[in-house]
Design a protein around this ligand. Structure first.
Ligand code: 3EB
Length: 330
């Protein structure tokens, strides 16, 4: 059972049944993401909700609920719906590919709308992005959709991002429905952290597309005496190359080594030991992979971490698993 959303910057992964009592006290809710579910009737309609184009890898529908230390105000700027409170903002947007001439134009427009939302709500900086892109590895007029996505994101960040380095992100493919982006923003930027085992994604060579993926591997965000650690979607990549193609157990072990390297790098700059509450999302290309991943999650994040397994396509077709995480000091 997740804890009740109280006066905390936190995330809760819960079934609709378990979420019902949590969402009733909705004042602290920044935003809710649904996996295999549309807006639940017990979530007050003014609270931001977005249905993701991903489903849980096993079992019924799940909700991802972000809460803030202070009561939140719903707000909408253009097509971006969100809420803010306690120095944090949540927002979400669905991509409308029918209105644009290309995927890169649709992505650039969506990110531009996100920057307009932050400007309108008075938030200086994004701290975390989730990009769920339908048919991520499909080819579209000679260029993979993920590569087109990277072009659009790069254009919007070049025009609007005020920080020198891009924030933490996940990039995963959905199987149904429109592509979407959701995000967290704050008044102060998070401090980016890179992985010594990997080349920075924003410095990948052109082998992976005309524009590199704009994200940092991890970051620490400090606010009001507490700190949060965000870890980007992490996969079996060393340097810039995929390792263990076609070998699930090899990819899981390499991904775990990448996560451990990030956590020990972060521990050098964090002002508290990184024990306690982790929340982990695991994206698997095939639901049958979950039992093989579980022991690695226990080892890296502890048996008591919250975890949400989702069926998703990773942005390189040979990658089988991607893992992201969030931790907050207690
Ligand atoms: C990688 O390391 C795997 O494009 O936003 C992970 C996290 C990945 C975020 C993104 C992509 C993204 O390159 C893929």
């Amino acid at each position: 059972m997740p804890q009740a959303p109280g006066a905390d910057f936190a995330v809760h992964y819960a079934s609709p049944h378990a979420a019902r009592p949590l969402l009733a006290q909705s004042a602290h809710i920044l935003g809710v993401v649904g996996y295999g579910i549309e807006q639940p009737d017990f979530l007050p309609p003014d609270r931001p909700f977005i249905a993701a184009p991903l489903r849980p890898a096993a079992g019924g529908a799940m909700l991802e609920i972000w809460t803030s230390p202070s009561p939140c105000q719903p707000c909408q700027v253009g097509p971006v719906k969100g809420a803010h409170g306690g120095g944090l903002a949540f927002g979400a947007i669905k991509l409308d590919e029918t209105k644009s001439t290309s995927l890169e134009a649709a992505v650039e427009a969506a990110y531009s709308d996100i920057f307009d939302f932050m400007d309108g709500a008075g938030f200086e900086t994004p701290i975390r992005f989730w990009n769920y892109l339908t048919s991520i590895t499909s080819h579209d007029q000679g260029l993979e959709r993920y590569r087109r996505f990277n072009i659009g994101r790069h254009r919007a960040f070049s025009a609007r991002l005020r920080q020198p380095l891009p924030p933490v992100a996940s990039g995963v493919g959905g199987q149904h429905g429109a592509s979407m982006i959701y995000f967290l923003a704050a008044h102060e930027p998070a401090a980016p952290i890179e992985n010594p085992r990997q080349i920075s994604a924003y410095a990948y060579p052109p082998l992976y597309g005309p524009r590199s993926p704009s994200f940092s591997r991890a970051s620490i965000h400090r606010q009001g005496g507490s700190q949060a650690l965000f870890i980007s979607g992490t996969a079996s990549i060393v340097g810039h190359e995929t390792r263990h193609s076609g070998d699930l157990h090899g990819q899981i072990a390499e991904t775990a080594a990448n996560l451990r390297a990030l956590i020990s790098t972060a521990a050098q700059t964090a002002s508290a030991p990184l024990n306690g509450a982790w929340a982990v999302k695991i994206y698997v290309h095939n639901p049958a992979y979950c039992p093989a991943v579980a022991p690695a999650i226990d080892t890296v994040f502890g048996a008591n971490c919250q975890r949400l397994y989702l069926r998703g396509d990773i942005c390189r077709p040979e990658l089988l698993v991607e893992i992201e995480a969030f931790w907050r000091s207690t």
